[in-house]
Design a protein around this ligand. Structure first.
Ligand code: GLU
Length: 554
């Protein structure tokens, strides 16, 4: 028996399975050549960043548009970072945005699929089997260095301006004999297992990144830790083992992992496995003043996905916006295909930006306004009502009490060629529709109406009282407007703007002044959707009551 084999058995006496066992247990997937197998692999920290949602949308689309598989793997090897409910939070947050997994972790203690366990903390034996295999091949070794010893090495390297790390002659335990290892173990020393790198910084490797193109790196020469002293792997080793055994074809991940690529190349090589395809995504950026910076969990509420739910952005809007960030041609596609589900759009990872997308809440809101403007009044009611039930119970009560009326409100200027785009998120609904409800309207005008300054109180009163006499609820739009125009004439106001502009002195004002006064009496707003539709929705009694009250209180 070679010393390496003896060392492997010494370190891992409990490991009896072989790599071949796992290769057979997790066979190559029975999928077509171009089907992508992707995964989302978060740590259960209880926080889902918009960047995570972005990456998972790329993964999900890639898998599903190619007839592949998308699975959830939980990277919980760092137990310190884990929070209770973290896993459920990830699953539910993504589900909210229509991102569903075919396979993997489905809850705290459940999963589906034959490539599991999908939680890294439950895969200890699998990792150790492959570490044992590397030790046997002389490609890994135990390292007993303490934190202090490592710090000392770093210090000397810094002082001498040398590349920091554990490599070459700095790798103190790299060439320990079996006896030396036995001695350390006999002392009860804790150890990690390191890769015994065969790389050389002078040699180059090339990563063919799907997004960033070809990137050249020096080979890895670091004896990086692959197994920690608690028997769990580092990210790097788990990435190689899991993505190989779960038969991942495309690894889509944040570009903070780019610098680890040389190590990943060497690990795949040592394990004699084919590399997956890599797509490294730049972080989502934000403008601050004139410079760009990463969206930050601490500084930016919009960095957390729960923000969108709380503000009431329909999840479809967020999806549309993110698709637009993935591929800028999404916008043209949407314009040409206004009625198709966004899942019909085929994303192309090679067209993603290399430099990092800029997050723009104004653009998201515009996309959302567009999307909401295409919904039916019933859909708007259902979604905004369920949002209000969660975040504005008083308003939800009004919406429920006047359900039909509320739907009629949403029907105003909806459904035609050019629907109105006032609502970008469900929290906009209350400010938008507030004046329709007596309970809210009269409370608002209790401090006085917001009549235009050029109309005196007496004049406003005259306009409103006079209008009450001619108002007929059965007038269609044209008749209603003609009536207002002739009403203008009778009061000495120009019935249309052209006449007014030609000869301002001849008039007291114009149709806008009259309409504006009626508008304020009914809504206390300067701008509203079409007044005829508003009056029709409010109904005769409410219109008359409001006109009268306004004329009285003025
Ligand atoms: N757990 C890693 C992270 O959250 C996963 C990176 C990857 O997708 O490989 O950054």
């Amino acid at each position: 028996m070679t010393d390496n084999k003896k060392l492997a058995d010494l370190l891992f006496p409990h490991i009896t399975n072989t790599p071949e066992y796992y290769e057979q247990k997790y066979p190559k997937r029975d999928l077509s050549e171009d089907a992508c197998v992707t995964r989302f692999a978060p740590s259960p920290t209880g926080f889902v960043h918009i960047g995570g949602l972005f990456v998972s949308l790329v993964d999900e689309r890639l898998a599903h548009q190619t007839g592949g598989v998308f699975y959830l793997r939980i990277e919980d090897t760092d137990k310190k970072r884990e929070v209770e409910g973290g896993i459920e939070n990830i699953i539910n947050s993504l589900k909210n945005f229509g991102i569903m997994f075919d396979e993997g972790v489905t809850g705290m203690d459940s999963e589906k699929g034959i490539y599991g366990p999908y939680k890294q903390s439950e895969r200890g034996e699998i990792y150790q089997t492959f570490v044992k295999h590397l030790v046997e091949k002389g490609y890994a070794y135990p390292c007993f260095c303490t934190e202090e010893e490592l710090a000392e090495i770093r210090k000397v390297q810094e002082e001498n301006k040398l590349t920091p790390g554990y490599y070459g002659k700095w790798a103190a335990h790299r060439d320990f004999t079996l006896e030396q290892v036995q001695e350390e173990l006999a002392k009860g020393k804790r150890y990690v297992v390191r890769l015994k790198s065969r790389g050389n910084q002078e040699n180059k490797i090339v990563l063919h990144d799907i997004i960033k193109g070809d990137i050249e790196f020096p080979e890895n020469d670091q004896d990086s830790v692959i197994l920690k002293s608690d028997g769990l792997p580092t990210y790097h080793f788990a990435h190689a083992v899991d993505d190989h055994l779960m038969r991942t074809t495309n690894v889509v991940r944040g570009d903070e992992w780019l610098s680890s690529v040389p190590l990943h190349f060497e690990l795949f090589k040592a394990l004699e496995w084919e590399l997956p395809k890599y797509a490294h995504i730049s972080p989502i950026m934000k403008m601050e003043g004139t410079s760009k910076r990463k969206l930050s969990k601490r500084k930016d509420p919009e960095a957390t996905v729960s923000y969108y739910h709380e503000e009431g952005f329909p999840s479809e809007s967020v999806r549309e916006y993110l698709l637009n960030l993935i591929n800028s041609n999404y916008e043209d596609w949407r314009r040409e295909n206004p009625d198709k589900p966004n899942t019909d759009f085929v994303i192309e990872t090679q067209r993603m930006t290399v430099s990092g997308s800029l997050f723009d809440i104004v653009k998201l809101t515009d996309i959302s306004k567009e999307l909401i403007s295409r919904m039916t009044a019933e859909e708007v009611y259902d979604m905004s009502y369920s949002w209000a039930k969660e975040y504005d119970a008083d308003f939800a009560e009004l919406m429920n009490k006047y359900a039909d009326y509320t739907k009629d409100i949403f029907r105003i200027e909806r459904g035609g060629e050019k629907p109105r785009k006032d609502i970008g998120k469900w929290s906009d609904v209350k400010p938008y529709a507030l004046y329709f409800y007596d309970e809210l309207f009269y409370e608002q005008v209790s401090g006085g109406y917001d009549f235009a300054e050029n109309i005196s109180k007496d004049e406003a009163k005259r306009i409103l009282t006079g209008y009450l006499e001619i108002y007929n609820k059965d007038d269609e739009h044209e008749a209603w407007f003609n009536k207002i125009k002739s009403y203008c004439d009778s009061l000495g106001y120009a019935g249309n703007m052209k006449d007014y502009k030609k000869n301002k002195e001849a008039y007291k004002g114009h149709v806008g002044d009259i309409m504006g006064t009626i508008r304020v009496a009914l809504t206390n707003r300067k701008n509203t959707p079409d007044m005829h539709q508003i009056m029709h929705t409010m109904g005769y009694d409410k219109v008359v009551e409001r006109l009268k009250k306004a004329a009285e209180i003025i």
